[in-house]
Design a protein around this ligand. Structure first.
Ligand code: FAD
Length: 381
């Protein structure tokens, strides 16, 4: 085994242990997303609460045996997220921590912004949210209409966001807004959610209930110019292109969540009596091989993201993993019993959650469009 494989296997083993707690807590969280407050001391939740805080900001690196993990690479995140999602995706998404906003801050934050933001996670559980989607602008995120404009000599943020995970719990929101028309006019702002004019409401959802999706109203929220992310960079490095770069880096993690769901459904099938032979057994074995093959793709996409690749592998991995999550969860229902979603509550949750991850970070259609563009232009290998 190479040193890297050895390290990742140690990390995977640790995350798998934490995932057992997530599985046990999941039914309570699914019933009431507020229950996350009762689970903050679980080791996996504590790990996520500082995952992505770069070295030097007070978060201790994870140690597993002889190995140390800073948690700042897509590859490490991908391994941990798959295993935790295999326990429960809702718990994984409900945990406090820098999460997606942490990666954005890594790319766009200046010294003062990084100091304030990353410094917040070490002493107390702190939630963040990443507010991009708007009511009529989901897949077409570049058409966002939230504005950051000067009014009476002050910078003011106005608009609405929807389907934003953890928006009700968040202390910090990274909000995407427009300063002028066109792709270079898109800017991210670090918003303190205690600011006047910021209001978040939970949305009732069927899947991934732990993530507590919410809608945000930004009613003339006054923004200090020091809170504009990437203000020290040129517009080409901080506009929509910077966002795309961040998404490319995050996407393997979302693929890993989907893979975790597929793995959980497959485990459940195997734990509930495998037929020794016949077409059902062949189908279950084939799904297992496809999960392993997709894991290879997801890990390659993560390694590519760490090497600042072009994101095509990440799109392929996300599309493939989400399709597989839906297929395996539905196949498990079909193979186990006619009313499996009633008699196996875990499967019912997994089917709902599989549909939820499909929409995170761009649907399959959008990933396919991205891949197709890459193939058409010769940029995707
Ligand atoms: C669990 C979950 C967590 C989320 N977390 C966040 C978050 O933290 N922050 C945030 O900002 N957003 C978040 N979202 C929102 C998510 O990014 C959007 O749901 C997603 O971008 C799709 O947008 P939409 O829901 O408006 O669907 P639409 O864009 O209206 O899409 C509806 C359907 O049309 C298809 N479609 C759309 N455009 C095209 C096209 N050009 N070609 C072919 N097909 C197309 C889509 O594939 C989809 O099947 C989350 C969503 C979910 C479900």
């Amino acid at each position: 085994m190479s040193e890297l494989q050895d390290r990742l296997a140690a990390l995977r083993g640790q995350a798998r242990e934490w995932a057992a707690d997530f599985r046990a807590a999941a039914p309570d969280l699914d019933r009431d997303p507020e229950r996350i407050k009762d689970f903050l001391d679980l080791p996996g939740v504590r790990y996520l609460s500082t995952l992505g805080v770069p070295p030097g900001f007070g978060a201790a690196p994870l140690r597993v045996g002889a190995h140390g993990f800073a948690g700042t690479t897509a590859l490490e995140r991908t391994v941990v997220l798959e295993e935790l999602a295999r326990g429960d995706v809702g718990m994984t998404l409900a945990a406090p921590g820098p999460s997606m906003s942490g990666v954005l801050m890594e790319h766009l934050g200046d010294c003062a912004q990084r100091e304030e933001f990353y410094g917040a996670f070490v002493n107390a559980p702190t939630w963040t949210c990443f507010a991009l989607t708007e009511p009529e602008r989901g897949s077409d995120a570049g058409a966002l209409a939230t504005t950051l404009a000067t009014e009476g000599g002050r910078l003011v943020l106005s608009g609405t966001k929807r389907y934003v995970g953890n928006s009700v719990r968040a202390r910090y929101a990274t909000v995407f807004a427009r300063t002028r028309p066109g792709p270079l006019g898109v800017t991210a702002v670090l918003v303190d959610t205690a600011s006047d004019g910021y209001a978040a409401e939970p949305l009732d959802t069927l899947g991934l209930r732990g993530a507590q999706l919410g809608s945000i109203t930004l009613d003339r929220v006054v923004v200090d110019p020091g809170r504009i992310l990437g203000r020290h960079l040129s517009p080409t490095r901080r506009g929509i292109r910077a966002c795309i770069k961040v998404f490319n880096e995050l996407r393997p993690g979302v693929a890993a969540l989907a893979l975790g769901i597929a793995g959980a459904a497959h485990d459940h099938l195997r734990e509930n009596g495998l037929p020794s032979r016949g077409p059902d057994r062949e189908r279950i074995d084939t799904l297992g091989w496809r999960i392993r093959a997709t894991r290879e793709l997801v890990l390659r996409a993560a390694a590519d993201a760490d090497a600042e690749g072009d994101g095509y592998l990440a799109s392929a991995a996300k599309a493939r993993a989400c399709a597989l999550a839906e297929e395996v969860t539905l196949a498990a229902c079909e193979l186990l019993a006619p009313a499996a979603r009633l008699t196996h509550p875990l499967l019912d949750r997994l089917v709902r959650d599989a549909r939820g991850v499909e929409f995170m970070e761009g649907t399959r259609n959008i990933q396919h469009l991205n891949l197709f563009q890459g193939l058409l232009t010769g940029r995707a290998g």
